[in-house]
Design a protein around this ligand. Sequence first.
Ligand code: GLA
Length: 379
Amino acid sequence: MELKKQINDKFLSFFGKTGAVYASSGRINLIGEHTDYNGGFVFPGAIDKVIMAEILPNGTDQVNVFSIDINEEAHFGLNEDDAPSQSWACYIFGVCREILKRGGIVKGFDAVFAGNVPLGAGLSSSAALESCFAFAMNDLFNDNGIDKFELARIGQSTEHNYCGVNCGIMDQFASVMGQKGKLMRLDCRSMEFEYFPFESEDYELVLVDSRVKHELADSPYNKRRQSCERVAKRLGLETLRDATLEMLGNILPDITAEDYFRAKFVIEEKERVLAVCEALNAGDFETVGRKMYETHEGLSKDYAVSCEELDFLNDIAKECGVTGSRIMGGGFGGCTINLVRKELTDAFVQTAKDRFNEKYGHEPKEYPVVISDGARKLE
Ligand code: GLA
């Protein structure tokens, strides 16, 4: 059944009324991984996979919410010590709290939500959930007075303060600001950004999901961030944004080998994003693809956030002559993003499925990338 109808039906049967419907998107990232919390550049876009919620203020100070996908309800108040016990509901509670902490308004509401962003696939289902509710709370209670960047920050603070992930701004930014057909290059220090239409007659983007689940809260994601912060501090910098390989070489005796390799990756990745923008402007997809492979190599060897299955998918892409391929998102599982010549896509996907299945006993999933709008109210 269509997602919206499923939500409408459930809301009506649960609450006997109808509310307003909101959606926000998962995201891809062409290049620029683990650079957001280092003040660097990222290159994400929203996709056509969303979290959608029907919401109606209920005139109380209680929130009643039902998750269709988890088949569970949660009830909570809006004070700091009212946190729900279910981890999925903490995302919604966190968004409400972060708005209230900023002086915004949130009152009690009833909600039903569901989504089609695959969970743990590195497509930011959590950012989609946060952005959907942040956008809705802004529309329902704040006359849309909170600007969109702040909505993204509200989602990010939710991760930090209520979900245990010390993430950067990329996912929530992409989920809130995404536009159909366009990627965005965001400077995570100045927060300036530019839309880049991504269109090609010859190439397309394809996600291959290893179905190795990743959970950033349990992963060494926060440790990676700490490594970067230690090196930046040692260099007397606020972030690694202004660091160079030469500067890094100079402090080699004072830092651990592990921290060295983490910082090296970040410094190189920053340059790669800029090179990819230039290449895209020139229509040079071969260079874009080469940089993607370099990113994979760096994420796997230096940043150590890959896993055997993702490296295997990357090798297959290379063997099949795919233009660019790399692990996408925080890592430790999830998808590879592949830049593929259109005539090669079917053969590549089939080979990846067969070879992966042979080795790991299950097929990876394939998602064609459709770059879409971000947070919105549905008619
Ligand atoms: C996760 C985080 C983002 C970003 C990526 C890696 O998706 O939520 O902020 O750091 O990992 O690029």
